[in-house]
Ligand binder design. Structure first.
Ligand code: SF4
Length: 302
């Protein structure tokens, strides 16, 4: 049973993130036609899916994205999330248009606590101020805001400050996702990828700050051996089973993660988490080996 669909409406984007997992798809794939998008929504409904993520690329750049949102609600989707760089929502009128069309939650990305940090990673001066304004507008309009921050070598020490900034904005959930070494991230991997053991103290501090402030905190692609005290924050535990309508294929995301995307290491079978853990993205150990992943051993029975 699939619970959610990720509908990639196109790969155009007005950011140029140095870690973008979509790589050069924006050059190779035009925006999806509205007829094709509606067909996918109908297929999803027939399969019993009621939760939709509208994503890309930057989905707000698709000229008919509001039609996609309103059609999804008319068909019966109960949750419609807009996964976005957040910049369009600096305009309050745009927020109102998406809310009126039926969007139920917004997932903007914030990758730094300052313009210098965020704008360097997005390669767009002014993007930090726009995303921040977008988050403020959406919260002032009473919307659910679930942020995502991609962890890289450039921003890992900034995670506690990002958490502080986001709690001040009274968002509903913050997620810290380890960079997936594909697309632009693969091209930049010689400097962009942090060691997980190096970033761990900063991540734990950020999670503690969020939790203390009453904000739901999540992580992605960080196995529980690196999350002492925050093991329950791993998004993989609760991610709904998802169909991803990508450029060239439809992907069962859970199956992809378990069979292709991620994997366990040579010592993982000793670990108490082995039966539930997906392990890191498989590209990570080819950069750093398996030393960061220390099995959590079962307590010895007396
Ligand atoms: S199974 Fe492996 S990767 Fe997962 S928590 Fe245990 S040691 Fe870490």
């Amino acid at each position: 049973m699939i619970d959610r669909m990720d509908l990639k409406v196109g790969f155009q984007c007005n950011n140029r993130c140095l870690f973008c997992v979509q790589g050069d798809k924006r050059l190779r794939h035009p925006s999806r036609k509205i007829e094709d998008l509606i067909l996918k929504l109908e297929e999803g409904m027939q399969q019993g899916i009621r939760s939709l993520v509208v994503t890309g690329g930057e989905p707000t750049l698709h000229p008919l994205v509001l039609e996609v949102v309103s059609k999804a609600r008319a068909l019966g989707f109960t949750t419609v999330q807009i996964q976005t760089n957040g910049r369009l929502f600096a305009y309050e009128a745009a927020c109102r248009r998406f809310i009126q069309a039926g969007a139920t939650e917004f997932s903007p990305s914030l990758h730094g606590s300052s313009p210098q940090m965020h704008d360097f990673l997005t390669q767009v001066p002014g993007s930090f101020l726009q995303t921040m304004a977008g988050i403020r507008n959406l919260k002032q309009l009473g919307q659910q805001v679930l942020t995502n921050t991609v962890i890289t070598q450039h921003n890992y020490h900034d995670l506690p400050d990002i958490a502080r900034l986001l709690t001040g904005l009274q968002i509903d959930q913050m997620q810290f996702a380890f960079v997936h070494i594909l697309g632009e991230a693969e091209k930049n991997s010689f400097w962009l990828i942090p060691s997980k053991s190096l970033l761990q103290p900063y991540l734990l501090k950020a999670l503690a700050q969020g939790r203390k402030a009453g904000v739901r905190v999540m992580t992605e692609a960080i196995p529980p051996c690196l999350l002492p005290g925050f093991e329950d924050c791993a998004a993989e535990w609760i991610m709904p089973s998802t169909l991803v309508y990508d450029a060239e294929a439809t992907i069962d995301y859970l199956r992809y993660r378990k069979t292709d995307g991620k994997g366990l290491g040579p010592r993982c079978q000793e670990c108490v988490w082995a039966c539930r853990c997906e392990g890191p993205w498989k590209e990570y150990p080819s950069h750093f080996g398996w030393e960061d992943f220390r099995p959590i051993l079962k307590p010895i029975e007396k």
